[in-house]
Design a protein around this ligand. Structure first.
Ligand code: AHR
Length: 646
């Protein structure tokens, strides 16, 4: 992923100015967790995306309620090769687990030359690489008598076998069988074939194929290239599992974290609010582990005992609207939230800490934040349920910081009522969301300057400027300088949404687009990366000045106490080169050695699948004076990192 090494653009002009006396700028502390990421299973971000499972509908749980026309055999083809005779059906008697009720039964009257079985083409094809290894597994149970021989193959589009294994499914109980595949050739769109090659009956479930090369080599892990793209953002926190996914489409669709832990074959699959299916293979354990692998804090969002107000449609145009957990059930619901904290932080001797330990992580995950609700409509029912959960979390876990919610817009009824409610309860942070035009972001750079420092702090949990051009990205960059300037009141911020799979995108724009084999970071991504990689611990005012103020110009200066480095970020979202004056003279312990990174190009430039590197950051060594002028190119973000001492 991004390594910003190359020469700076020729237009960069640095002039040393004579030193004049300057008062040391007072540093204002910035939240240590300012820039993080928002992960939601939207746009096939999880199954078929970050979650590295290559077999779609591995446990035959797809249903019409996931997506019109889907059923337990969606994603599978029936094979009867070489004149094999028999039949296939989906069964649910004596399943592998009650949470995983469907499985396939193959009844082989005559396997004849080859056998009878199933083929999966994965999520738009199974990408495999020669030289890499893949872990195959399935659960099987032969009916009475002899074992059923199974032939498992990876085949390319032409039918050539790239890898194969033979297994023998024993009669009696369900058992798991495994094989390792080392494909002889690379194929972007292979398929997986499972054939019963003997006479008899066999049940199959949880047919799975994973690359062994997952992020941090975790079993049941994450796609290495996508997770690395997240790691390169250097996020300080990860919000999950949404978004709207967290509060769901109706009460039966509230995201229930307890359904997503434990052995994968025992997890409860669920309809995805974005019109597809969640296996829960990427569940709460995997989310916490990802946070740990990224060096980021976990920020789970739980539903506030109410579903999305757009459930069943939209509250404006009908639908069922916000549905509420009945009050008599709220004690149990609230206990689930408390149990989540115990799962993350409790000792191994606690009920839920023991489950974390059983999953292979006896040490706590040190959960610090928890969000209650997601841009919910501020109804009395919402408020009553929020307070029940909030009071219980505060009473039992006073060190865990709770994040409240203030609607889907930067202003309006839910925003006003949400803020009033949060202030009334002294909620530590509230989650603001806004998707606005680039002009809005440029014009509202001062939004947080006037926020009351004595009230709840802000988590800007979802924001984006409705586009993936360089201009959009620069509008966001300009805004991010204001988040740094207000890093005392804006404690956390995350762009949304994060990931989007080509051909399966419900929401645009997104930060990273991908296919099964490629990852295309947008220009917006590089802005997030430059801010994430250059986070500071204090904001230094008056170091950068602009001779001509304009909405299209913005700048920040932060110092990172961990390295002593000082970082300047200069944004020019206009079509004309613009000067910035920089005065570092009063800052102690700075060297002249610096690096300069620029992200610049035509206003409408975008990174696309056809042109994935249209706009990339370029980094070069730089010599910083005590006072100097820097002329920023049209449509550019410049990051100058001046080396300091701790
Ligand atoms: O980020 C996409 C969606 O936008 C989120 O699910 C929701 O919270 C917001 O409306």
């Amino acid at each position: 992923m991004p390594h910003f090494r190359s020469s700076v653009a020729a237009w960069a002009l640095a002039i040393s100015l004579p030193a004049t006396a300057q008062k040391a700028p007072a540093g204002k502390p910035i939240s240590p967790d300012l820039f993080g990421i928002f992960f939601e299973d939207i746009n096939y971000s999880a199954d078929g995306g970050l979650y590295a499972e290559l077999v779609q509908n591995r446990s035959f749980e797809y249903a019409p309620s996931d997506h019109s026309g889907w059923h337990p055999l969606t994603g599978w083809d029936y094979l009867h090769e070489g004149y094999a005779m028999g039949s296939l059906s989906v069964e649910s008697t004596a399943p592998l687990h009650a949470n995983n009720p469907h499985y396939v039964q193959l009844r082989v009257e005559s396997p004849f030359q080859k056998g009878l079985g199933l083929k999966s083409a994965g999520f738009d094809g199974i990408p495999v690489k020669a030289g890499e290894k893949y872990s195959f597994s399935l659960w099987a149970r032969a009916k009475a008598g002899a074992a059923m021989p199974l032939l498992v193959q990876l085949r390319n589009q032409q039918g050539a076998v790239l890898a194969e294994a033979t297994l023998a499914a024993q009669a009696g109980q369900w058992q798991q069988y495994r094989a390792t595949f080392a494909p002889t050739a690379t194929a972007p769109d292979a398929s997986l074939v499972v054939l019963a090659t003997g006479k008899g009956v066999v049940d199959l479930d949880m047919i799975s194929l994973f690359p062994q090369n997952t992020f941090h080599n975790r079993p049941n892990g994450l796609r290495a290239d996508l997770a690395q793209a997240l790691a390169d953002l250097k996020p300080k926190f990860v919000r999950f599992p949404g978004g709207c996914l967290a509060h769901g489409d109706g009460l039966d669709n509230l995201y229930n974290w307890k359904n997503t832990i434990g052995p994968v074959e025992q997890r409860v699959a669920q309809r995805n609010i974005w019109g597809y299916h969640q296996t829960a293979g990427l569940g709460y354990f995997e989310y916490f582990q990802l946070c740990e692998d990224l060096g980021a804090k976990a920020l789970p969002i739980v539903a506030a005992g109410v579903s999305c107000q757009n459930s069943g449609g939209s509250w404006k145009i009908g639908g069922t609207g916000q549905q509420c957990v009945p009050l008599p059930d709220m004690a149990a619901y609230t206990q689930d939230v408390l149990d989540l904290v115990e799962y993350a932080n409790g000792p191994v001797t606690s009920t839920w800490g023991a489950k974390r330990a059983a999953a292979g992580h006896p040490a706590p995950f040190n959960l610090h934040y928890i969000g209650i609700g997601n841009e919910d409509k501020q109804t009395p029912e919402f408020r009553e349920r929020f307070k029940l959960i909030y009071d219980a979390v505060r009473a039992k876990y006073p060190k865990v910081e709770v994040i409240g919610t203030v609607g889907p817009s930067p202003k309006g009824e839910d925003y006003d009522q949400g803020w009033a409610f949060a202030n009334q309860l002294n909620v530590p942070l509230v989650d603001e969301h806004y998707y606005e035009s680039p002009q809005w972001f440029l014009a509202n750079n001062a939004r947080y300057d006037a926020y009351d420092r004595g009230k709840s702090k802000v988590y800007l949990g979802e924001y984006a400027s409705r586009g993936n051009t360089l201009y959009n990205a620069l509008a966001e960059a300009a805004y991010m300088t204001s988040l740094e300037r207000n890093g005392d009141v804006v404690r956390l911020a995350s762009y949304a949404p994060l990931l989007a799979k080509e051909g399966h995108t419900q929401w645009n724009p997104d930060l990273i687009y991908f296919t099964n084999t490629t990852v295309v970071p947008t220009v917006n991504y590089y802005v997030q990366a430059l801010f994430g990689q250059n986070q500071g611990t204090e904001y230094l005012a008056n170091v950068v000045t602009q001779p001509a103020a304009a909405d299209t110009l913005a700048a920040s200066c932060v110092r990172d106490a961990r390295t002593g480095d000082v970082v300047l970020k200069l944004v020019n979202a206009s079509g004309t080169a613009r000067p910035f004056n920089i005065a570092l003279a009063a800052l102690k312990g700075l060297s002249t050695a610096a690096t300069i990174t620029t992200l610049a190009g035509p206003k409408d430039a975008k990174n696309t699948f056809a042109s994935p590197q249209a706009v990339l950051p370029k980094t070069a060594p730089y010599k910083a004076g005590k006072r100097f002028a820097y002329t920023a190119a049209p449509y550019s973000l410049t990051v100058i990192r001046v080396r300091g001492q701790r």
